[in-house]
Structure formats: C-alpha cells, structure tokens
Design a protein around this ligand. Structure first.
Ligand code: SF4
Length: 122
C-alpha cells in the first residue's frame, strides 16, 4: 500500500506504469482495444517500465516520448517511441507486438547498464 502511494505521488517508480490517453475525436486508432491488448500483454511483466499508449499524432507524441516505451496512433499506423525517440512506424495491427519488442529491448538495455555499473562503479 505504501509503495502504491509513493508511486502515485511520483516519488517511487517501481513495477509497471501504464498510461493511456482518454481518447477523443482525434483518435486515429482503436484506442480502447489497443490499450486493453497492450495492458494484457504487459500484465505480470514484473519489471519497472513506463509504457504510454496514446491515440493520435497531435498530442500523443509528447506523452509517448516521456515514457520508456510509447506509441502515438496515426491513420492506421503507430509511431513507436523508446526513451524519447521514434524507433519504428508500424501498421496498427502490429503495434502490440512492436511495443512488446521495444519493452524487451528497453529492459535489456537497463539490465546491461546495471551490470556495467556493478562491474565499473566509477
Ligand atoms: S492524445 Fe490525441 S487522441 Fe488521446 S486524448 Fe489527446 S488529443 Fe485525444
């Protein structure tokens, strides 16, 4: 419970942080289905990662860029961001798989950095 409060206050980020925009008339993808499918895929990941699923190219990139891995929907496509950069542009049907792959790549990078920090603390 205490950890959840700290996470909610932004003071402690552990585990999965999943955000999705509420959706509006600008949506270019089936956001409800996409968010549900992404959340389902990430369920039980047991790692610390922040993932954002946003419905359009207008206001979505800001939040997607701020996450570890994010997507901003476009017309029938998804722009996939990893650590602030666009890394892929995929058809809507491939967004969930692409996000999953980028989450795995992000976690692998984090683990490599952690290993390196242990081996070379300076
Ligand atoms: S990110 Fe785009 S689709 Fe989502 S609520 Fe904002 S403007 Fe609407």
């Amino acid at each position: 419970m205490g950890l959840e409060i700290l996470k909610a206050l932004g003071l402690r980020q552990q585990g999965l942080t999943f955000v999705s925009c509420p959706g509006c008339g600008r949506m270019d993808v089936d956001l409800v289905k996409l968010a549900r499918d992404v959340e389902e895929r990430l369920k039980g990941i047991g790692k610390t990662v922040h993932v954002a699923v946003m419905g359009c190219e207008v206001n979505g990139p800001g939040e997607a860029r701020g996450a570890d891995v994010g997507v901003a929907g476009g017309r029938g496509i998804g722009l996939i961001f990893r650590q602030g950069r666009v890394v892929r542009k995929v058809p809507e049907a491939e967004i969930v798989d692409a996000l999953w792959e980028e989450v795995q790549a992000f976690l692998a990078d984090q683990e490599a950095l952690a290993r390196q920090a242990v081996q070379d603390p300076d």
